[in-house]
Design a protein around this ligand. Structure first.
Ligand code: SAM
Ligand code: DTB
Ligand code: SF4
Length: 346
């Protein structure tokens, strides 16, 4: 069944979705999820920080900002051999996508050749590649696309209204410009945000409206629960009510029916029941492996145990899907040709 993807959501409509009775919202999200995805498959990505700390930006949630003292051990751009070795381990452990993140405002001229080599080498292992390196010019986006980068992650983080409370060193429009450069270079977009940063329901709705109303919706939508890191300005932020988190996932699923919605940072603080509810709400992607960029994530064993309990299987690499789809198309075409050939002769 096809679901129309809308790009004209109003904040009022989206607030209406959020404010439904919980059971109705979950039912709606799960129905849409099943129309578009296998509900028992979850896409699995592994993250690696390829350059850690001393970032010039002032994102209030981030342990890597040079503006805050979080005691983080900083690290220069990793050697390519180390990146390949980590990607191999991720692949052996069942990850289909390898996401490399750097604590940069944007990549500079000197870094680009190293980063492009990383993309090529990881891709040669047969994995999907993703990077998050900060803002990109259209030229940088094209270089990454030419090297074979599949996804670029760049988050809007929150609503336009709440944004100024969280980051002052780059604007919302800067982020939209990078997303446009990524799109026009032909890469897939991974874009989402963080909840639990003291925002209002209006802001969670506002973020999702921005994402859903992009000219093309992001293929991947990470919903991060704030990881409160000591030393950051948000370290003492009040916990978001878990049901508000689940509602955010469900509304993301309804607004972006064809996107993978990622149950992203914050899983270390969530019990199995909470994570299961997030899958029920339509989340179908996770970061896998015991570290995100700098903070802990549940161990791979723990995730596999939960997958087993729930009957969830990791989604296979998309290249396999693309190949299957191509073969299916050839078979259909051959069958059609035969049909029309016979029909012509009849
Ligand atoms: N420096 C690049 C940039 O921000 O454009 C890329 C790396 S940055 C760490 C990637 C994303 O991680 C951020 O946009 C933010 O959404 C998420 N993130 C960072 N710190 C987080 C935290 N403490 N809790 C949840 N998400 C976080
Ligand atoms: C995203 O939305 N979340 C990931 C990824 N994209 C790069 C990062 C989460 C980082 C959490 C804090 C840390 O580990 O440093
Ligand atoms: Fe830098 Fe990215 Fe952290 Fe912001 S989120 S401080 S840009 S590493």
């Amino acid at each position: 069944m096809t679901v129309a993807v809308r790009h004209d959501w109003s904040k009022e409509e989206v607030l209406g979705l959020f404010n439904q009775p919980f059971s109705d919202l979950m039912y709606m999200a799960q129905t849409i999820h099943r129309q578009n995805f296998d509900p028992n498959q979850v896409q699995v990505s592994t993250l690696l920080s390829i350059k850690t700390g001393t970032c010039p930006e002032d994102c209030k949630y981030c342990p890597q900002s040079a503006h805050y003292n979080t005691g983080l051990e900083k690290e220069k751009l990793l050697e390519i051999e180390r990146v390949i070795a980590e990607a191999k381990v991720a692949k052996e452990n069942g990850s289909s996508r390898f996401c490399m993140g750097a604590a940069w405002r944007s990549p500079n001229k000197k870094n680009m050749p190293y980063v492009l080599d990383m993309v090529k080498e990881v891709k040669a292992l047969g994995m999907e590649t993703c990077m998050t390196l900060g803002m990109l010019t259209d030229e940088q986006a094209s270089e990454l696309a030419d090297a074979g980068l599949d996804y670029y992650n760049h988050n809007l983080d929150t609503s336009p209204e709440h944004y100024g409370e969280i980051i002052t060193t780059r604007t919302y429009q800067d982020r939209l410009d990078t997303l446009a450069n990524v799109r026009s270079a032909g890469m897939k977009v991974c874009c989402g945000g963080i909840v639990g940063m003291g925002e209002e329901l209006q802001d969670r709705a506002g973020l999702l409206v921005q994402l859903a109303n992009l000219e093309e919706q992001p293929e991947s939508v990470p919903i991060n629960m704030l990881v409160k890191v000591k030393g950051t300005p948000l370290e003492n932020e009040a916990d978001l009510d878990p049901f508000d988190f689940l509602r955010t996932i469900a509304v993301a699923r309804i607004l972006m029916p064809k996107s993978h919605v990622r149950l992203s940072a914050g899983r270390e603080e969530m019990n199995e029941q909470m994570q299961s509810m997030a899958y029920l709400a339509g989340a179908n992607s996770i970061f896998y492996g015991e570290k995100l960029l700098t903070t802990p994530n549940p161990s791979a064993n723990k995730d596999m145990e939960l997958f087993d309990k729930l009957g969830i299987k990791p989604e296979q690499h998309c290249v396999a899907h693309e190949q299957e789809a191509a073969v299916a198309e050839q078979i259909t075409e051959a069958a059609m040709d035969k049909h029309f050939y016979n029909a012509d002769r009849a």
